[in-house]
Write a protein that binds this ligand. Structure first.
Ligand SMILES: [Zn+2]
Length: 334
């Protein structure tokens, strides 16, 4: 039987389905590419060098994500694929400010993505699948970039405009480095808090436990990755005490060299210490993975058990940025 899965950490630009990219290449009259070279262009190699090689893989899909039609189609196609993988709830994140190169406003970008969700919901209603429904929300990413304060403020406003209508929260993404230290974003998250918008923050991936601490200081209840918290016992204690959720992404962490081997992936250790960990795919296309694959890999390599998986599912329900009614639906699926 298919697993019922929840993904709370999935980037749209890193997860554009392969078949959708092929369709877009054709529609745009770009030179045809053999499957293998296209895969190499979109996905990291098994011996990916570092975060830079990783980040290079986003430019090509993002170049297509500049029109309403394409954005809607990409969300629709992705949701169809996720449904086939057994997902019952997903939060898809992306940064609207990266999709305005051809003149769309951030609000138009978000509306197009919501249209993709709505198109999928109609499609799903008319399909004869016996697997439980897949529901989706969008998280809007603020970006760690030079001189984009205005764009980030705009993202918070757009988030508020669509909150509860397809959008359910914010994230902070982009290069993790001293230059873009999380503490520099205190002002914008205070603004988000005043508007009652929930948020997660990418931390503890390229940077160590101190970056997670900074994200917690800004009021984040969820941490994107946060996996390097494991390096600091007192931070782990704080995470347990304050009910903070970590959005773990195993293959992605291998690709960016946070861990050298999957055997060393500490998700079982986090769970046994009482950390609210979840398992997510991050970038399906860039990392050449998907959530069922992440589960089977961890079952095989680190003996992830059925009871671990139930914990991961429950943790995801508790941490999801969705309505109470949606949480009740998800609980009823156990
Ligand atoms: Zn991420």
């Amino acid at each position: 039987m298919m697993r019922k899965l929840i993904d709370l950490h999935l980037h749209l630009d890193g997860s554009v389905p392969f078949s959708t990219i092929k369709k877009l290449i054709k529609e745009n009259n770009l030179p045809e590419m053999a499957d293998l070279s296209l895969r190499n262009k979109l996905s990291v190699s098994p011996n990916c060098h570092d975060l830079n090689e990783f980040l290079e893989k986003f430019a090509f899909p993002v170049s297509f994500m500049q029109t309403k039609e394409n954005l809607q189609m990409i969300v629709f196609d992705l949701l169809k694929e996720l449904k086939e993988q057994g997902l019952v709830y997903v939060e898809i994140r992306f940064a609207p400010q990266l999709h305005t190169q051809q003149g769309l406003s951030q609000a138009e970008v978000v509306r197009a993505a919501i249209n993709g969700i709505n198109q999928f919901l109609i499609y799903q209603k008319n399909s004869d699948s016996t697997h439980p429904d897949l529901h989706a929300n969008l998280l809007l990413c603020l970006m760690r970039l030079e001189n984009n304060e205005e764009e980030n403020v705009e993202t918070v406003k757009v988030c508020e405009e669509f909150l509860g209508r397809g959008v359910s929260g914010l994230d902070l993404a982009g290069e993790e480095s001293e230059r873009f230290a999380i503490k520099n974003y205190a002002g914008i998250f205070q603004f988000a808090q005043q508007m009652g918008i929930p948020y997660t923050i990418h931390a503890g991936e390229a940077m160590g436990p101190a970056s997670v601490k900074q994200a917690l200081n800004l009021g984040a209840k969820r941490i994107g990755h946060g996996i390097r918290s494991i390096e600091n016992t007192s931070l782990i204690n704080e995470i347990v005490q304050d009910n903070i959720t970590l959005e773990c992404c195993a293959t992605s962490n291998l690709n960016t060299k946070v861990f050298d081997q999957i055997d060393h992936y500490p998700i079982k250790s986090l769970l046994s210490q009482g950390v609210k960990a979840t398992l997510n795919s991050d970038d399906m296309t860039v990392c050449n993975t998907n959530l069922p694959n992440e589960y089977s890999m961890l079952e095989e390599k680190i003996n992830l058990s059925k009871s671990d998986e139930q914990k991961l599912f429950l943790n995801a329900i508790n941490a999801a940025f969705c309505s109470k009614k949606e949480k009740e639906r998800l609980l009823s699926l156990i």
